[in-house]
Design a protein around this ligand. Structure first.
Ligand code: HMG
Length: 387
C-alpha cells in the first residue's frame, strides 16, 4: 500500500523586511546576506499570530469536509510552543472543528519535529489505511537584533495531510536516522530567543547530512544518481546548497545540473520567507513542487535536521496529481504584495512583549490577513479568533 503526503499548505504573516535594508542598517555588504546566506526577505511575525493561529491558517487552506471526517490525529511539530503543558494541537482541533476523538499531540525536537510527525503519521496510516493524519510544522525563528543569527530569522507554518494513495508524494519505506546530544542551538525555558553556536551548528548539520545519506545509500543500494531532486532543511538557503555540494561529485555533469536546477526551485519560497524551523524542509518541498517540471515517478530526497541534534534522510516518489492543488501564481502574487516594513518598524515589533493579562491586540488584528488570529490573553488563557 502506498502512503504519503496527500496535501500541503502554507501560511505566513504578510509582513516582511527586505534584507538589503537590514544589511544597510547593520553596516554589512548586502551580498553577504543575498549570496553568502542566500536570503532576500524575512517574514516578521506580529503579536496577532503565534504558532497555533499560523497552523490553523495553513491547515484551513488545504482542508476539505472529507478530511475533517477522516483525520484521526494531529501531530504538531514546533519549538515555539505556547504552553509548557497543553499541546498546541488541541487548540487546533477546536479551531478547525475536528471531532472530539482526534488524538492531539505536540512534538518537539528543534526543527526535526514535523519530520517526526510525517514519519509517525506514515506508520499510523499504514496500519489504518482509511484514516488520515494532519501534520503541522509551525514556528517563529528568533535570534535577537544585531546578532549573527538575525539574518536567519523568519516564521510561518506548513500543514500536511498524510494518507493512503496520496496525491503528491509516496514515502518510501527506508529512512536513515541519526541523533546525538549536541549543544549547537538551544532555547532554555522562558527565553524567546535561541542560543546558538552558529558555525558549529552548520558543521554538525553537514556532518549529519553526510552520515545519514551514506547510511541510506548502503541500506537501499541507491546512489545519488537515482534522485531527481534533493531537498533540505533550510535554516537559510545557502545551508542546503552547502549540503548538496558535499555530494555532487558522486554524479556526472548532467545529473549535477539537474540537481542544481531543482535545488534552485526548492529554495524560491524559503529565500523570501526565512527560517520556519520545523516547517522549513516542507516549505522547500512546496517550493520545489510549485516550480519544477519533474514528471510523476521522480524520486525526491528529503534531509531533515533539528539542532540538539537529530537528522533523518528519507525519500519519496512524485505522484501524477502532484500539481493539482498547487497555486504558484497565487503564491507569487502574495509574496509580491506583502507589506514591507522599515527596519525600525521591525525592531519595534520584535521588542514587543506579550500583553498583560486581559490585554488584546486589536490594532495588530485589524492589519492581519490571517483567517485565524491570536486575539489576546484573558484570565491567563490564550484567546484565538476566526476573523
Ligand atoms: P556569520 O558569522 O555572520 O557569517 O554567521 P559568515 O561570516 O560565516 O558568512 C556567511 C557566508 O557569507 C560565508 O560563506 C561568507 O564567505 C559569505 P560560506 O563560507 O559559509 O560559504 N560572505 C559573502 N558572500 C558574498 N559577498 C559578501 C560576503 N561576505 C561574507 N560580501 C551563521 C552565519 C549562519 C553562522 C549565522 O547567521 C547563524 O548563527 N545563524 C543561526 C544558526 C543557523 O542557522 N545554523 C544552521 C545549521 S543548524 C540548523 O539548521 C537548525 C536550526 O534551524 C534550528 C533548529 O533545528 O531548531 C538553526
Amino acid at each position: 500500500m502506498k502512503v504519503g503526503i496527500d496535501k500541503i499548505g502554507f501560511y505566513a504573516p504578510n509582513t516582511y523586511i527586505d534584507l538589503i535594508d537590514l544589511a544597510k542598517e547593520r553596516g554589512v555588504d548586502p551580498n553577504k546576506f543575498l549570496i553568502g546566506i542566500g536570503q532576500e526577505r524575512q517574514t516578521v511575525v506580529p503579536l496577532s499570530q503565534d504558532v497555533v493561529s499560523m497552523a490553523a491558517n495553513a491547515a484551513t487552506s488545504i482542508f476539505s469536509e472529507s478530511d475533517r471526517d477522516t483525520i484521526d490525529m494531529i501531530l504538531f511539530g514546533t519549538e515555539t510552543g505556547v504552553d509548557n503543558s497543553k499541546s498546541a494541537a488541541i487548540y487546533l482541533q477546536q479551531l478547525l472543528g475536528l471531532r472530539k476523538n482526534v488524538r492531539t499531540v505536540e512534538l518537539k525536537q528543534a526543527c526535526y519535529g514535523a519530520t517526526a510527525g510525517v514519519l509517525l503519521a506514515r506508520d499510523y496510516v499504514t496500519v489504518h489505511p482509511d484514516r488520515k493524519v494532519l501534520v503541522i510544522g509551525s514556528d517563529i525563528a528568533r535570534y535577537g537584533l544585531k546578532t549573527a543569527g538575525e539574518v536567519t530569522q523568519g516564521g510561518g507554518a506548513v500543514a500536511m495531510i498524510i494518507s493512503a494513495e496520496p496525491s503528491i508524494l509516496v514515502l518510501e519505506a527506508e529512512t536513515s536516522h541519526i541523533s546525538e546530544d549536541i549543544m549547537d542551538f538551544w532555547r532554555p525555558i522562558n527565553r524567546r530567543e535561541a542560543l546558538v553556536d552558529g558555525k558549529y551548528s552548520t558543521n554538525v548539520y553537514l556532518d549529519f547530512f553526510q552520515t545519514a545519506f551514506e547510511s541510506y545509500k548502503k541500506q537501499t543500494d541507491r546512489e545519488l544518481s537515482d534522485f531527481d531532486a534533493m531537498t533540505f532543511h533550510l535554516p537559510f538557503t545557502k545551508m542546503g546548497l552547502k549540503g548538496l555540494r558535499t555530494v555532487l561529485n558522486q554524479v556526472d555533469e548532467n545529473k549535477q545540473k539537474q540537481l542544481m536546477t531543482e535545488f534552485e526551485n526548492s529554495r524560491v519560497y524559503n529565500k523570501q520567507i526565512g527560517n520556519l524551523y520545523t516547517g522549513s524542509l516542507y516549505l522547500s518541498l512546496l517550493s520545489l513542487l510549485s516550480e519544477t517540471k519533474l514528471d510523476a515517478g521522480s524520486r525526491i530526497g528529503l534531509f531533515s535536521y533539528g539542532s540538539g541534534a537529530e537528522g533523518e534522510f528519507y525519500s519519496g516518489i512524485l505522484q501524477e496529481a502532484y500539481k493539482r492543488q498547487l497555486n504558484p501564481e497565487q503564491m507569487a502574487h502574495w509574496l509580491d504584495n506583502r507589506t514591507r516594513l522599515t527596519i525600525s518598524e521591525y525592531e519595534t515589533i520584535f521588542n514587543q512583549s506579550l500583553p498583560a493579562d486581559n490585554g488584546d491586540f486589536e490594532t495588530d488584528i485589524n492589519k492581519d490577513d490571517g483567517v485565524f488570529v491570536f486575539a489576546g490573553i484573558k484570565d491567563k488563557k490564550r484567546i484565538y479568533r476566526k476573523k
